[in-house]
Design a binder for this molecule. Structure first.
Ligand code: PEP
Length: 251
């Protein structure tokens, strides 16, 4: 399976800057050899999806509500994301867990809603630095997986150590391999053959300079990229670095 490089634009992007970024990605996306996804803020999803229609770059949301519609002021449903042109949605990002008190149970409800609306959920898991230092990293990630994923899960996992997000720090190769191997075993245990084929993305300070070292590790199926996804050149450089072995093998 080709790597997936997903960009999380977070709360960045007005109409002009989002359109410029989308146009630059469209222009450069053809030769990268990866699947590409961008997740703009809600207000830009429709416009970005229109600019990227027919290109190799898919569009996603950064969150959705668990209900299809109703009295939930300020919220956006999965059906609304789909209607605006999204095919994916990031769920349970650590910033939403921290800023909005989202629990694993909240995330699980959103995953069900996303799948019912025809979106592919990207479920984020990851330990804090204190939890890693206490040797609780796999315990925490295992608990997040078991509690956030519904029995009929068919999406993507993003392993994002909280301490690596936006800090310029990344885990070492051995740490990434250990955690991705653990997540793969848990997915296989929970979902059998389907779990064996699920993509597991790495996220946390992925940049052009470290992309090749992080993204060619076993069980790393791509990246969820925050800061570097706001620069088309950096985002496409990460995608090219992720794709290199496949290209060399002619795949
Ligand atoms: C993220 O927030 O999902 C992320 C990976 O951010 P950054 O790449 O900026 O660390």
């Amino acid at each position: 399976m080709r790597p997936l490089i997903a960009g999380n634009w977070k709360m960045h992007g007005l109409a002009a800057s989002s359109a410029a970024l989308a146009r630059a990605l469209r222009a450069g996306a053809g030769e990268v050899g990866c699947d590409l996804l961008v997740c703009p803020p809600f207000t830009q999803i429709g416009a970005v999806a229109a600019l990227l229609a027919g290109s190799p770059v898919a569009v996603g949301g950064q969150d959705c509500h668990r209900e299809r519609e109703g009295a939930h002021t300020g919220d956006i449903s999965a059906a609304m994301l789909r209607d605006a042109g999204a095919g994916f949605v990031i769920l349970g990002h650590s910033e939403r867990r921290a800023d909005h008190g989202e629990t694993n149970e909240t995330v699980r409800g959103k995953v069900v809603a996303a799948q019912q609306a025809g979106l592919v959920p990207i479920v984020c898991v990851g330990e804090t630095e204190a939890q890693r230092l206490a040797g609780q990293d796999t315990e925490i990630v295992g608990w997040q997986l078991h509690s956030s994923l519904p029995p009929e899960f068919g999406g993507i996992i993003a392993y994002e150590p909280v301490w690596a997000i936006g800090t310029g720090r990344t885990p070492g190769a051995a740490e990434v391999m250990a955690m991705h191997g653990f997540i793969r075993r848990e997915l296989q245990r929970g979902f059998g053959a389907v779990g064996a084929g699920m993509r597991i993305l790495y996220g946390g300070s992925v940049k052009p300079a470290n992309a090749a070292a992080l993204l060619h590790l076993p069980e790393v199926g791509g990246a969820l990229v925050g800061g570097a996804s706001l620069n088309a050149g950096d985002f496409l450089a990460i995608a090219r670095a992720a794709a290199l072995p496949n290209m060399a093998a002619g795949g």
